[in-house]
Ligand binder design. Structure first.
Ligand code: PHE
Length: 561
């Protein structure tokens, strides 16, 4: 009736024409896209699109290129880029894309959310069941094709295994086939069957696994192993707080140059990856109390502007240890009871000859207003190798060098080991450490010595210091230093000091108006007091307990101010 009406009605006629035109257009569009897909038309746009797909599947994109494209896509997609879709679009391995996403996320350039995905994959065998029917259906079909009498078992067994074993077993379970014991043949039990196995596998293949009864699905997966569950994660990627189309080069360190140029403001820094357990106290590597105190003394000297002397020679010649200090060769300190002599090599001679000559003269006849010691100085005594008995040997070497290089005012210090052949008791060992300070300048006086020593001991927290006249072979005047010990509540001797004699300085070649003030103390004594140790063998040597090194307190020196 509608058709009739339309033939008469002009508007209806127009509508029909319009519909025809639309249909033609749609047909043309369909054709065009078909041609495009077949790659036969001269439609260049379609051609180009096709080429792109081809090229992206033949030459895989580099990681950099993939990352660039992903960032571009993230920039233009509001809802988030789907990692799987992105991977298939670029024919890339999805795992590879996940790697790129995670790396970008680590730099805060993107953020992502994960979704767990799973898929049921059919095995090759299952696919063949869809094509040819399940083995049970094929077993049934075979028996049915042989007519009503059934198939003798030996003949049935000759069939391919899939049918004769799996198929037979399944068909028996389904009660499609049965064994006729009288004739020993496989016979039909029903006339018609539906191949449910094939049906369910087809549904799975079509992505409709929900339509397969749960129990059947379980049998196909777990018992018959015709399908396997594959699980993976998919990521939806969107802009992160540091989003950019290109990665910024991450800086490892904040440098002086960056601070100076202001480049640090715009620089991006690599995050710290802290090793698990970092910051734990190591099981070993504790600092010995003596070294703690040495470090504190060194800090104090350095703060006062002193430079450290090189003390790395335990073996010294008698010359530098005694003769340069105008200590006479028959002095008891040079005896084997007080000094360790080397056996091999027993002798060394490396002082400049002209200087040796001047020292010899000073010992024998004096000079510069001094009368000397008035004895026959022996070279062989000076050449003897010994273990240095004080660090003043090093100070002598340094002052001689200073005179040679051309005098400049200087402040020097050293803290190192010395050796004395003494009886060992609770407070004495055959080796200990000396702390020595030396100040060298024109016109220095005893007042300077007292002032410098007061300043030095004040840094150690000893503000009450007293001096007592004393004797040293190489200093004049000489003073013992006493300090009031607040912990012990009494005055204790803390060091020895003096102004080096001109008899020592002038043969070196130092100008006549140069004075050198010096003082020395042991490192062990303040350490023992500070750490509450009353037997030196608990501080140094084989009897020292390792545990006490691990447990000892911080050195309080230089901390309180
Ligand atoms: N050398 C001296 C000693 O062994 C210490 C000291 C150094 C004395 C410098 C005066 C000047 O005890």
């Amino acid at each position: 009736m509608g058709a009739k009406q339309s033939q008469d009605d002009p508007i209806a006629k127009e509508n029909v024409a319009l519909r025809l035109e639309i249909e033609q257009l749609q047909k043309a569009l369909r054709e065009a896209s078909k041609i495009g897909n077949n790659n036969t038309a001269s439609n260049t746009v379609v051609e180009d699109e096709k080429k792109k797909v081809v090229s992206s599947t033949t030459t895989p994109l580099t990681e950099k290129e993939l990352e660039k494209r992903l960032l571009l896509e993230v920039e233009s997609t509001k809802t988030g880029v789907d990692s799987a879709a992105f991977a298939s679009k670029h024919a890339a391995d999805p795992k590879h894309i996940v790697g790129i996403i995670k790396s970008l996320a680590a730099s805060n350039m993107v953020i992502f959310s994960e979704t767990d995905k799973s898929r049921l994959n059919l095995t090759e065998e299952a696919l063949s069941f869809i094509e040819e029917g399940s083995p049970e259906a094929r077993a049934f079909a075979f028996v049915k094709s042989k007519g009503g009498g059934g198939v003798p078992l030996p003949e049935f067994k000759k069939l391919e295994k899939a049918i004769s074993e799996v198929g037979f077993k399944q068909a028996m379970q389904q009660k499609w086939l049965a064994m006729d014991k009288a004739t020993n043949s496989v016979v039909l039990k029903v006339e018609e069957i539906t191949d449910a196995c094939q049906k369910y596998l087809t549904l799975i293949k079509e992505g409709k696994k929900e339509e397969v009864p749960a129990k059947e699905l379980d049998v196909l997966i777990k018992k018959r192993k015709l399908a396997k569950v594959e699980t993976w994660k998919e990521y939806s990627v969107s802009r992160g707080p540091e989003f950019a189309l290109e990665r910024k080069k991450l800086e490892h360190d904040l440098t002086k140059e960056m601070l100076a140029s202001g480049a640090w403001k715009s620089a991006a820094f690599k995050e710290y990856t802290l090793v698990p357990g970092a910051g734990n106290i190591p099981a070993s590597g504790h600092v010995h109390p003596l070294l703690k105190v040495r470090r504190a003394f060194r800090e104090i000297f350095l703060q006062l502007g002193f430079s450290e002397m090189p003390t790395n020679n335990f073996v010294e010649s008698g010359f530098w240890n005694f003769d340069t200090l105008i200590q006479p060769q028959q002095h008891p300190a040079r005896d084997a009871h007080d000094t360790f002599f080397m056996k091999t090599p027993a002798k060394a001679n490396f002082a400049p000859e002209d200087y040796v000559e001047k020292v010899k003269k000073m010992h024998e006849v004096g000079g510069h207003g001094s009368v000397g010691h008035n004895y026959a100085w022996k070279r062989e005594e000076a050449d003897k190798n010994i273990l240095r008995t004080h660090t003043t040997a090093v100070s002598a070497r340094m002052l001689h060098k200073l005179a040679e290089d051309g005098f400049k005012p200087c402040k020097l210090f050293s803290i190192d080991r010395v050796f004395r052949n003494e009886a060992v008791d609770r407070t004495h060992l055959a080796e200990f450490h000396q702390v020595e300070g030396v100040v060298c300048d024109k016109g220095l006086t005893l007042g300077d010595l007292i002032g410098v020593i007061r300043q030095f001991f004040a840094q150690l927290g000893m503000t009450q210091v007293r001096f007592k006249p004393a004797f040293n072979p190489y200093t004049e005047p000489s003073m013992e230093i006493f300090a009031f010990h607040p912990m012990l509540g009494k005055w204790v001797e803390v060091g020895n000091s003096g102004m080096f004699r001109p008899e020592m300085l002038l043969p070196m070649g130092l100008p006549e108006d140069v004075n050198v003030i010096a003082w020395g103390l042991s490192l062990e004594r303040p350490t023992m007091i500070m750490f509450g140790i009353d037997n030196i063998r608990d501080l140094f040597g084989s009897k020292m307990q390792l545990q006490s090194v691990k447990n000892n307190q911080l050195c309080p020196l230089g901390l309180e101010k």
